[in-house]
Write a protein that binds this ligand. Sequence first.
Ligand SMILES: NC(=O)c1ccc[n+]([C@@H]2O[C@H](COP(=O)([O-])OP(=O)(O)OC[C@H]3O[C@@H](n4cnc5c(N)ncnc54)[C@H](OP(=O)(O)O)[C@@H]3O)[C@@H](O)[C@H]2O)c1
Length: 328
Amino acid sequence: MAVEKTGILNKPKLVTVFGGSGFVGRHVVAALAQRGYRVRVAVRRPTLAPYLQPLGNMGQIQAVQANLRYRWSIDRAVRGADHVINLVGILAEGGSQRFNAIQASGARALAEAARAEGIPLTHISAIGADPQSASAYGRTKAEGEKAVRETLPDAIILRPSIIFGPEDSFFNKFANMARFSPFLPLIGGGKTKFQPVYVGDVAEVVARTVDGTLERGKIYELGGPEVMSFRRCMEEMLEVIDRKRVLLPIPWSAAKIIGSVAGLLPKPPLTRDQVLLLQHDNVVSSEAASEGRTFEGIGIRPTGTDVVLPTYLWRFREQGQFTKKGMA
Ligand SMILES: NC(=O)c1ccc[n+]([C@@H]2O[C@H](COP(=O)([O-])OP(=O)(O)OC[C@H]3O[C@@H](n4cnc5c(N)ncnc54)[C@H](OP(=O)(O)O)[C@@H]3O)[C@@H](O)[C@H]2O)c1
């Protein structure tokens, strides 16, 4: 699609992407750059994100310093932009990185900055955002959505299920574990349902919100083509990496204790809050489906795990690109 030009200089739109250095962020930056937009990536440490530059043409992508915990830095990163995207989120707390500061107050501050600048906002939340959630992640995601709604009723909110892709922290984590461990944990017995969604499809939807082809003021729920249990996710991952491992059910009570202890580590592999989040299915709601606030309603056929997992999990095979039966 032709990129909309703005201003007297007739330049392509300038989009500020908060969280552009993260897993989803780099795919969003690439999707925006491919469309010809100018991209300003707001990151805490721009020097640590040099991998973003090759995603665009010379000078098309610019990294600036910003932290959602400092309002002045948000205002500076938003100034002069035509659209702003908030991809900032954390899965575990550490130091001053608290759920409330990032996902609730930070989301509000960014929405206020967008309102002051008079520009549209695309806000990335998550399926599981729920004011009643037992998990602080889920509760603060809901608070963030509410703050965005109150501040900018026209903002578009996207709620993905678990996202997969080359740099994901779900399939990669368990595939890596399978290299060393004879068993893999099935937290809560592995019955929790997910609707894994491909990062490229999420990035495409984000880019369409900038194109202006999605209805404003709506919450879209993004799930892949298949609802899969935690156990099925592990089974499919093991098939792809061509390894046999025991899938060991861990009861919720034990998982909470493991999460409490592991949560004390600097980069925790699991926290109690994540266990609480896992106690609920993570799938697109029937309301969103019936109202067309899904991929189907947007007109995108989402990509399945069967197509994408082999393209990046092969590195966890004993034989690399080859399976035990031969070439993959
Ligand atoms: N991945 C999933 O499966 C999934 C599923 C549902 C929803 N989501 C949501 O999608 C969004 C992106 O997720 P992701 O997987 O890409 O996460 P990610 O890889 O952890 O990236 C998070 C981004 O947030 C930035 N960030 C963290 N704290 C910040 C702060 N105080 N100020 C400014 N930036 C800060 C990080 O930049 P630094 O380099 O500065 O740390 C990073 O760029 C999040 O809102 C997440 O909750 C993800």
